[in-house]
Design a protein around this ligand. Structure first.
Ligand SMILES: NC(=O)c1ccc[n+]([C@@H]2O[C@H](COP(=O)([O-])OP(=O)(O)OC[C@H]3O[C@@H](n4cnc5c(N)ncnc54)[C@H](OP(=O)(O)O)[C@@H]3O)[C@@H](O)[C@H]2O)c1
Length: 320
């Protein structure tokens, strides 16, 4: 099979022939139709923060094919797999998905609905479930609340804007100027350009702040939060080469113990149950497309590079 292969950490990928993986017990071999281009896949490909190399390989990644989100057709099933048969359309999380075939845990997949385009299916799993869990599980968002989404033009942020608006909240997004119209198109009432303005440019007192990007200090984030507001730290790049800003999530959690404001970090679990929740939102008509670009397998390295360079709006996917 053909796969996008890396020979060292980075975004340089070359399409090469690789042996077809064999599904082990509890695993499924998926004939890939599309694979999401995610920050998670990028982190693993470039080996940053550096602490991840302890697990992935010190000099180069032991698994040389990037990609985590997947949709496609079941090509083979391993022992103990009873819920899937060859030919089933599936979507969810896999590994080494920038390839014609990829392995996934049978339990990490759900059936792909007929009316869902393969690019949409591959592009919703990770950012969609992250945004959904951030808003509904951690922030417990309510109708009529004011929500600030920092990083609103990215993959997680665009789903967050959609879901917050669908929950009846009033949303202000933080993004670069060139992507402000995209964020408004998702339903945000206003957009703050983080290159020219501070996050309090439209006032403070937000009931919910989702910090998806930028690594602002907990103190700065607290300043725009209502007295009983909820801060959820989802992510943020440039937080230090070794641990990537993990300390911020810990600080927020600790400080939250001593104030009326609820502050927490999160690690999303894109489980099958979480993906089913997203599909319920889709069935109810609440999932507008956020996929803005489709790359071929030959362009998979370019896709990761574009993400790294901030050239991506919304979500991108590799379509085979
Ligand atoms: N906790 C979890 O479970 C979880 C799950 C998934 C992702 N994440 C993390 O969440 C973060 C975002 O992921 P993503 O997939 O949405 O990334 P992405 O698609 O690359 O989006 C990044 C966003 O950040 C914005 N941004 C960049 N610098 C900023 C700054 N200084 N201030 C405010 N906004 C800024 C970008 O705006 P412009 O493009 O307009 O410049 C864009 O909207 C990453 O750190 C990722 O690792 C965490």
């Amino acid at each position: 099979m053909r796969a996008a292969v890396q020979h060292g950490y980075g975004t340089a990928l070359a399409v090469e022939e690789r042996p077809l993986p064999e599904p082990g017990p509890g695993q499924v071999l998926v004939r890939v139709e599309a694979a999401g281009v995610s920050r998670g896949a990028w982190h693993l490909a470039v080996g940053k923060p550096y602490a991840v190399r302890l697990a992935l390989g010190l000099r180069r990644p032991r698994n040389p094919v990037p990609g985590l989100e997947v949709t496609g057709r079941v090509a083979a099933v391993g022992a103990e797999v009873t819920q899937w048969s060859v030919g089933d359309a599936v979507m969810g999380m896999g590994r080494a998905t920038f390839a014609e075939h990829a392995l996934a845990d049978a339990k990490a997949l759900v059936a792909r609905p007929d009316d869902l385009d393969v690019a949409e299916a591959a592009g919703m799993t990770d950012p969609g479930s992250t945004a959904h869990q951030a808003l509904h599980r951690h922030a417990r968002i309510g109708a009529g609340e004011r929500v600030l989404v920092i990083g609103a033009s990215g993959a997680v942020g665009s789903f967050a804007v959609l879901f917050a608006v669908a929950a009846g909240a009033e949303v202000v997004g933080v993004a670069s100027e060139g992507k402000a119209d995209f964020v408004r198109g998702l339903g945000a009432k206003d957009v703050i350009d983080y290159r020219r303005e501070a996050i309090d440019a439209r006032g403070g007192g937000y009931d919910v702040v989702l910090d998806i990007a930028g690594n602002r200090s907990v103190r700065e984030l607290r300043r725009v939060l209502a007295l009983k507001g909820r801060l959820v730290i989802v992510g943020g790049e440039d937080g230090g080469p070794l641990l990537g800003g993990l300390g911020r999530q810990v600080r927020a959690r600790l400080l939250g113990l001593f104030t009326g404001q609820r502050m927490t970090g999160m690690l999303a679990r894109p489980t099958a149950a979480a993906i089913e929740e997203l599909l319920a939102v889709h069935r109810a008509g609440g999932l507008a497309p956020v996929v803005t670009r489709r790359y071929s397998l030959d362009e998979a390295g370019q896709a990761l590079h574009d993400l790294e360079a901030g050239r991506v709006t919304g979500k991108t996917v590799v379509v085979l």
